[in-house]
Write a protein that binds this ligand. Structure first.
Ligand code: FPP
Ligand code: MG
Length: 344
C-alpha cells in the first residue's frame, strides 16, 4: 500500500499560509476517521486516501479564509479547526464519488493504484464509498464545538446540496452516453454538476466557516464552479491524449471513448469529421480506441478545447477583483491557473 507523500500535494499554490502543515493534517484526519473502523470495508476505504492526490478541494477551503480573521486570534483558531474538518469533508466526498465512479466505469486504475472494485469486488467498493461519504458529514458537523451552530448548519446544507448535485451530474452523464451531437451547453452543465459543484462548495465552506459576508460566499462559489468546470474540461482533453497522458492522469487515457462518455473534444471533432459522429454513436471495441483517438486529435479539437478551458479559467480569475482586500487573491489565481495547466 502506498502512503501519501508531501510531493503529492500542491502546496506551492498556497505557500505562506501554512499549507504544507494544513494538507498533512487533512490527510491524517481522513485516515484517523477511517481507522476508527475495523474490517475489509474500512481497510478498502483507506486505500484511495493513502494513495494521495492533488488535494485541490481542501486547498480551496483554506484559500477562502477571510483576511478579517487576522485581527481576531480566537476566530482565527476556530477557522483552523473548522477548515481542517471541512477540507477533509470535501475530499472525502470527492474520494467517495471516485470509488463509486470507478465501479460505474469498470475502471481498474485510479491515482496510479488498482481500484477497490478491481481488488476487492463490487460489494466492498459500494460499502467503502458509502463509508467515506458518511464520514464527510460526521466530521463537518463536529465543527459545532469550535464555531456558531448556524454556520455549521449552513455549511452542512452546502455540502449536502453539492453531494446531491454530483449524483445528478453523474445521472445526466448516463443519459448523454453516445450522443455525439449533444449541445456544448448540455456538456458544460454536466461538467458544472459533476465537478464544478464540489469546487464551489469547498470555497463556500471555507468562507461560511470563516464568517464571510453572503455576497462574498456567493462570489467565491461562482469562481469555484467556473474553475471546477475548467478543471473537468482539462481532464476530458487529457483523456483524449496519447498514452503518455497516463503519467499525469494516474489512469489510462481513452476511458471516456471506451464507455461512450461524450466530451468537448469529441463534440468538436464530429463537427469537422462527420463519419466520426456515426462511429462515436456505437459501442467501441478496444482495438478501435487508439485509431479513434488519433482521428479526434487530427481534427484540432484538442487545441480548441484547451483554449476554451483556458478562457474559462481566465473568466473565473476576472471575478476575483471583486474580492480584493477581503481575501488573499494570489492563491486563488494560482489554483485557477493550475486547473488547466496540466494540459499545457
Ligand atoms: C470523475 O470524473 C467522477 C466524478 C467527478 C463524479 C462521480 C459521481 C458519482 C459517481 C455520483 C456519486 C456521488 C457521491 C457523492 C457518492 P470522470 O468520470 O469524468 O473522470 P474519470 O475519467 O476519472 O472517471
Ligand atoms: Mg468516470
Amino acid at each position: 500500500m502506498s502512503t501519501t507523500s508531501p510531493a503529492d500535494h500542491d502546496e506551492s499554490m498556497l505557500d505562506g499560509v501554512g499549507v504544507t502543515t494544513f494538507l498533512g493534517d487533512v490527510d491524517r484526519h481522513m485516515l484517523e476517521l477511517v481507522d476508527a473502523y475495523d474490517g475489509p470495508v474500512a481497510a478498502a476505504a483507506r486505500r484511495p486516501i493513502a494513495a494521495g492526490g492533488k488535494r485541490l478541494r481542501p486547498l480551496l477551503v483554506r484559500a477562502a479564509r477571510p483576511r478579517a480573521l487576522d485581527s481576531d486570534s480566537q476566530a482565527s483558531m476556530a477557522f483552523d479547526t473548522c477548515s481542517l474538518r471541512a477540507g477533509a469533508a470535501v475530499e472525502l466526498i470527492h474520494t467517495a464519488s471516485l470509488v463509486h465512479d470507478d465501479l460505474l466505469d469498470g475502471a481498474d486504475l485510479r491515482r496510479g493504484e488498482p481500484t477497490i472494485g478491481a481488488t476487492s469486488g463490487r460489494d466492498v467498493a459500494i460499502a467503502a464509498g458509502d463509508l467515506l461519504f458518511s464520514l464527510a458529514f460526521d466530521t463537518l458537523v463536529q465543527c459545532r464545538a469550535a464555531t456558531d451552530v448556524p454556520r455549521v448548519q449552513r455549511a452542512t446544507r452546502v455540502l449536502a446540496r453539492a453531494a446531491r448535485t454530483l449524483a445528478q451530474g453523474e445521472a445526466m452523464q448516463a443519459r448523454q452516453l453516445r450522443l455525439p451531437y449533444l449541445g456544448e451547453g448540455a456538456y458544460l452543465d454536466r461538467c458544472g454538476m459533476k465537478t464544478g459543484v464540489l469546487f464551489e462548495a469547498a470555497l463556500q465552506l471555507g468562507a461560511i466557516l470563516g464568517g464571510a459576508e453572503l455576497e462574498d460566499v456567493d462570489l467565491l462559489g461562482r469562481f469555484g464552479r467556473t474553475v471546477g468546470t475548467a478543471f473537468q474540461l482539462a481532464d476530458d482533453v487529457l483523456d483524449c491524449g496519447t498514452p503518455d497522458a497516463e503519467a499525469i492522469l494516474g489512469k489510462r487515457p481513452g476511458a471516456d471513448l471506451r464507455d461512450g462518455t461524450m466530451t468537448l473534444p469529441m463534440l468538436r471533432a464530429v463537427q469537422e469529421d462527420a463519419e466520426l459522429g456515426e462511429l462515436l454513436a456505437a459501442p467501441i471495441a478496444d482495438d478501435q480506441v487508439e485509431p479513434l483517438l488519433d482521428r479526434i486529435r487530427a481534427t484540432g479539437a484538442l487545441e480548441t478545447s484547451t483554449a476554451f478551458a483556458r478562457s474559462m479559467a481566465r473568466d473565473a480569475e476576472a471575478l476575483l477583483a471583486q474580492l480584493d482586500g477581503r481575501f488573499e487573491l494570489g492563491p486563488l489565481h494560482r489554483i485557477a491557473a493550475a486547473s488547466v495547466d496540466r494540459i499545457s
